[in-house]
Design a protein around this ligand. Structure first.
Ligand SMILES: [Zn+2]
Length: 178
């Protein structure tokens, strides 16, 4: 099954990119996708180049404010099904163990079952750039494909910059410490 790339991935921009950046990325891609250039490249590179139709369609949507907003909404809904909380393009995988965990306490001092997870952003260094909690994990995390050990994953983007991380974790055994 061929996985569809997002318009953002095709244009090599992020959800934070401005219209100007998108225009520049589009122009650059058009130059690099010229048939003469493709022929002079090696096979490896050709595989990575998207078709001119894909690039044009991506720009048609992302270059239009209204269509882009609509597309963002669709991506978010699509992301929910695939385990992506805030969409983006990324590479880094981290364990949920690298997050600082804070147990939420109710106003009356009793402990709730909801844990919060914070992580300093490795790029912009904002202390709690990455924030998750048990409710978000329950809603967005999905079982990792290609693995059979029950590992879950969720994609999340930094609140302060466009960096995203793939956070992986094992679901807590509900029977433990009963
Ligand atoms: Zn950041």
């Amino acid at each position: 099954m061929k996985s569809r790339r997002t318009h953002y991935e095709i244009l090599n921009v992020t959800s934070q990119s401005t219209l100007l950046e998108i225009k520049q990325a589009y122009k650059e891609l058009l130059l690099n996708t010229h048939p003469d250039k493709i022929q002079s490249n090696n096979t490896h590179k050709i595989n990575k180049i998207h078709s001119l139709d894909d690039i044009k369609e991506a720009y048609r949507v992302l270059g239009d404010d209204k269509l882009r907003k609509q597309y963002d909404t669709e991506l978010l809904e699509d992301g929910k099904r695939k385990g992506i909380y805030k969409f983006g393009d990324g590479v880094d995988e981290v364990s949920l163990d690298t997050f600082e965990t804070v147990e939420h306490t109710h106003n009356d001092g009793t402990e709730s079952d909801i844990w919060h997870y914070y992580r300093k952003c490795p790029r912009c260094q904002v202390a709690d750039g990455f924030k998750l909690d048990d409710n978000l994990l329950e809603e967005f995390a999905v079982v990792c494909e290609n693995r059979d050990d029950g590992m879950y994953q969720v994609l999340i983007q930094c609140d302060s910059c466009s960096l995203w991380l793939k956070v992986q974790f094992f679901a807590a055994d509900e029977e433990e410490q009963d």
